[in-house]
Every structure is written in structure tokens, then in C-alpha cells.
Design a protein around this ligand. Structure first.
Ligand code: BTN
Length: 333
């Protein structure tokens, strides 16, 4: 963890990179160094240095002394300067820490949380070597095709409300997926993202508590975005946005949309309006009204999925007159 934390300052976006990119993206013709310098309040030499930094990050920028700079191509990376427009004004304000590879974005976010990093810190990686899923599973995290992101939050709430945050994150994720791809993705209780019965993504929420309140929590989202194939053990049940929709999807747009949706929902959540969020969750739920089998280790609970309670528990009618509250486990595929 120490090594990861040491990388952070080097990986931070240089001041002005996002502004330069915005200017270049917004102009079909070259933008002169002088114009950029004027807009950013920098010297031309400082602009030149930042252009070199962008090139080092993979941006193809043509520069001519007479005409100026033109953006030819941007790398397919979740770089902070690309994602920053999705940051919120109140809660998800960043900073964004981006890595080529991490063991797990959740682990680093937890570590940063323990060191006092602010609410709204975002950790994102192009790949994970020890990505973790729910119920102690691994999360398949190949480079450059998935979204692996963790948000650090500090809600002033008791630990019992953790499931509600997870459901909130699932609503944000499904809304982002729908907005960016148009795919009618759904949510399988408690927080799997599904498309036509196959798993697109999931959420792993972890927290640190003190006395009876949350000290900090980490909401980790993993989405299969542009995966073309899966390891044999996942192939029968997993899919990706690209496979579902027939073409590549911009991970930058997806992450930006997720951050935007999360900001709005988190504000509502903190304003104690979880009822509204739960109502939205139910709109997207593919679980309710169906016969389900919930696996809790060796235990299985079968019945009709009736409802989700305000605390996030699934209510399963196992036989007439008997309703079981399920707070953990997973629904068999
Ligand atoms: C699940 O099992 O459905 C939850 C999967 C959560 C995976 C994400 S990827 C980003 C974050 N870092 C992790 O190690 N896990 C979560």
C-alpha cells in the first residue's frame, strides 16, 4: 500500500491539463500557444510543457510553431483530466487517482480513507491484479476493457445504513449504463447489474466503523465494458456492454455519467430521502415478483421475491403466510 500511496503525487493531473484538452477538443482548427497561454494565464513555455505531458500520457497532438496545436487522438484511458468533468460540486469532488494497475481500487481507497483522504476521493485503475467481488470472490479485471472504480465517502450515519448506500450506488450505475449505452440494464438484488440475465457488473461496499457510526466507506464498482470474452468459469453467466450492444463503449463517458448520477443520488440519500431512491431501485429491479433461490453459503431459501424492505433486505415468501427477510447472500442465476 505504501508504494501505491507514493505514486499518487506523480499521477495527479498537472494543473491546466484539463483546460488545454477542453480547448483543443473544442476547436477543429489548431489553437495557438499564445491563445492557450492567454486563456490559462500561463507563459507559452508553460503551455508547451503541459502539451509534452499530455503527449507522454498518450494524446496525439500535432504542433506547428506558426499554426499552433491540434488534437489528433486521445488515448482510451480513464485519465483524471478526461473524467474530471463528471466530478460533483458538493460531494464527489475528487481528487481522482488513476493507475495503470492496482491490486484493488477498493483496497487503495480504504487505505486512503484511513489516512484521512477527503470524502469524494476517486480511485480508478485500468486493471486490477487482485480485484475483489462480493462473498470473497475474485473480480475479473483485465486491462483497458473494464471500469474499476472506488469512491471514498464519509456519511455521518450508523453502519446499519450501509446496504442503502449500496442500493443507491446500484441505481447510479444502472442509470449511467442506460444513459450512455441505451441498453435496458437491470438490477438483481442486491446490486448486480444485469442484461438479459447475464452479469454486466457489481458493487462491493466496505466500511470502517467507530463506535456506532461509519468512519469512512468505500463503494467499488466493476463493470464489464468492452470485454470480448471471459474466462471459462465466467463465460456462461457474464456479458459486457460491448457484447450486449454490439459495439465499443466509451469508459470515460460511462465513468463520467456514473459520477454525475451518484452525486445527485448521494445528496438525496444524505437528505434522508432513501424512499425515493428505493422506488427507483424497484423500477430497475429484475428480481421482484419472481421465484428465486437465495444461496447463503450452504443454506438455500426458495420462494417468491415479494419486496425490498426500506433497509435493503429482500422479503421472500417461502410458503403461504411465511415471509423470510434476507439480508445477505446471492440469488442463484
Ligand atoms: C460483485 O461481486 O458483484 C462486486 C464486484 C465489485 C468489483 C469492483 S472493481 C472496483 C472495486 N475494486 C475491487 O477490488 N472490487 C470492486
Amino acid at each position: 500500500m505504501r508504494d501505491n500511496a507514493a505514486h499518487i503525487n506523480q499521477e495527479r493531473p498537472g494543473q491546466g491539463l484539463a483546460e488545454i484538452l477542453r480547448a483543443l477538443k473544442g476547436s477543429p482548427s489548431p489553437v495557438s500557444g499564445e491563445a492557450l497561454a492567454g486563456r490559462l494565464g500561463l507563459s507559452r513555455a508553460a503551455v508547451w510543457k503541459r502539451i509534452q505531458r499530455l503527449k507522454a500520457r498518450g494524446y496525439a497532438i500535432e504542433g506547428s510553431p506558426r499554426r499552433g496545436y491540434r488534437l489528433l487522438a486521445a488515448p482510451d484511458k480513464l485519465l483524471p483530466e478526461e473524467v474530471a468533468p463528471g466530478l460533483g460540486a458538493r460531494y464527489l469532488k475528487g481528487p481522482i487517482h488513476h493507475f495503470e494497475s492496482l491490486p484493488s481500487t477498493n483496497d487503495l481507497a480504504k487505505d486512503l480513507g484511513a489516512r484521512g483522504a477527503p470524502e469524494g476521493t476517486v480511485v480508478v485503475a485500468e486493471s486490477q491484479t487482485r480485484g475483489r467481488g462480493r462473498l470473497g470472490r475474485d473480480w475479473n479485471s483485465p486491462p483497458g476493457v473494464g471500469l474499476y472504480v472506488s469512491l471514498l465517502l464519509r456519511p455521518p450515519l450508523p453502519p446499519e445504513e450501509l446496504p442503502q448506500i449500496t442500493l443507491t450506488a446500484a441505481v447510479a450505475a444502472v442509470k449511467a449504463v442506460r444513459r450512455v449505452t441505451g441498453l435496458a440494464a437491470g438490477i438483481k438484488w442486491p446490486n448486480d447489474l444485469l442484461w438479459q440475465g447475464r452479469k454486466l457488473g457489481g458493487i462491493l461496499t466496505e466500511m470502517e466503523t467507530e463506535a456506532d457510526r461509519i468512519r469512512h466507506l468505500v463503494v467499488g464498482l466493476g463493470v464489464n465494458v468492452n470485454n470480448r470474452d471471459f474466462p471459462p468459469e465466467l463465460a456462461p453467466t457474464a456479458t459486457s456492454l460491448a457484447l450486449a450492444g454490439g459495439g465499443p463503449v466509451s469508459r470515460v463517458r460511462l465513468l463520467t455519467a456514473y459520477l454525475e448520477e451518484f452525486e445527485v443520488l448521494y445528496e438525496r440519500f444524505l437528505a434522508r430521502a432513501f424512499g425515493d431512491i428505493l422506488a427507483e431501485w424497484k423500477e430497475y429491479a429484475v428480481t421482484l415478483g419472481r421465484a428465486v433461490t437465495v444461496r447463503q453459503g450452504p443454506r438455500e431459501i426458495s420462494g417468491l421475491a415479494l419486496e425490498v424492505a426500506p433497509d435493503g433486505a429482500l422479503l421472500v415468501q417461502t410458503r403461504p403466510g411465511e415471509i423470510v427477510r434476507v439480508t445477505s447472500g446471492e440469488i442463484a442465476p
